[in-house]
Write a protein that binds this ligand. Structure first.
Ligand code: PEP
Length: 255
């Protein structure tokens, strides 16, 4: 299974900045090609898709949307459909990022609708799950993950499981500089794997990549990737500069 190293640019980068960053990544990977063991995906803001496409040129790097709405088209002001993402050159989408759950008030049920619809329309999806600090301290980690996965994976078609990945992102570790311990990551990923194995067809569950996200840096990336059931990384802050993100990509190749 190839490690999936994903960059969530969040609400950062003008078109010019996005083009420059994409080009810097493409040039560096052309000069020292990525090993086939690492697959790289960028999640720029919607306004920068075209610029990213230009910057990437022929590089084997995919990109995707940070969000999607579960309908083909219609009166959904401010939203974007899977078809629009595909039309803009995206092959991926993030669903259920904690900033959407906690800042925008997105429910797990809506996250599940987005996940299933985006998969049905042909996109690859990274479904994000994770507990808050209060939930962890109350001993509710597994309950929270179980509920988010049950809602998030409801109605995922069996034939689309190969295009699904799950990111475990403890909310208290995102953008805070606090990284979950190796034990915490391994335990949470083992739990996610057990839930994925309950999806129709155990083999399909085994093939779903589980990414860790939360203050990943070049210094900790290789150690996290070496843990059981860690099949990639979802990187926020450290993906905004080519140099740091490239070091994380390279960690993925050697782990
Ligand atoms: C994220 O945006 O999903 C994330 C994990 O951010 P950061 O790496 O900055 O913690």
């Amino acid at each position: 299974m190839r490690n999936l190293i994903a960059a969530n640019w969040k609400m950062h980068k003008t078109r010019a900045e996005a083009r420059d960053l994409a080009r810097a990544l493409a040039d560096a990977l052309a000069a020292a090609p990525a090993s086939p063991s690492a697959e790289v995906v960028l999640f720029p803001p919607f306004t920068a898709f075209e610029a990213v496409r230009e910057g990437l040129g022929e590089a084997k790097i995919d990109f995707g949307g940070q969000d999607v709405y579960p309908a083909e088209s219609g009166a959904f002001t401010g939203e974007i459909s899977p078809g629009m993402l595909l039309d803009a050159g995206c092959s991926w989408v993030l669903t259920g990022h904690s900033e959407r759950r906690h800042i925008l008030g997105e429910s797990s049920v809506l996250v599940g609708e987005k996940t299933a619809f985006a998969l049905k329309q042909g996109l690859c999806v990274i479904l994000c799950v994770g507990e808050s600090l209060a939930e962890r301290e109350a001993g509710r980690l597994e309950d929270v993950l179980q509920a988010q996965l049950a809602d998030g994976l409801a109605n995922v078609p069996a034939e689309a499981v190969s295009r699904l990945a799950v990111a475990y992102e403890p909310v208290w570790a995102i953008g805070t500089g606090k990284v979950a311990s190796a034990e915490d990551i391994a335990a949470a990923h083992a739990f996610v794997r057990s839930r994925l194995n309950a999806l129709p067809g155990t083999e399909a569950g085994q093939s779903v990549r589980i990414l860790y996200g939360g203050s990943v840096k070049p210094e900790n990336a290789a150690g996290i990737l070496a843990l059981d059931n860690v099949d990639g990384l979802l990187v926020g802050g450290a993906s905004l500069q080519a140099e740091t993100f490239l070091r994380i990509i390279r960690a993925g190749q050697t782990a």
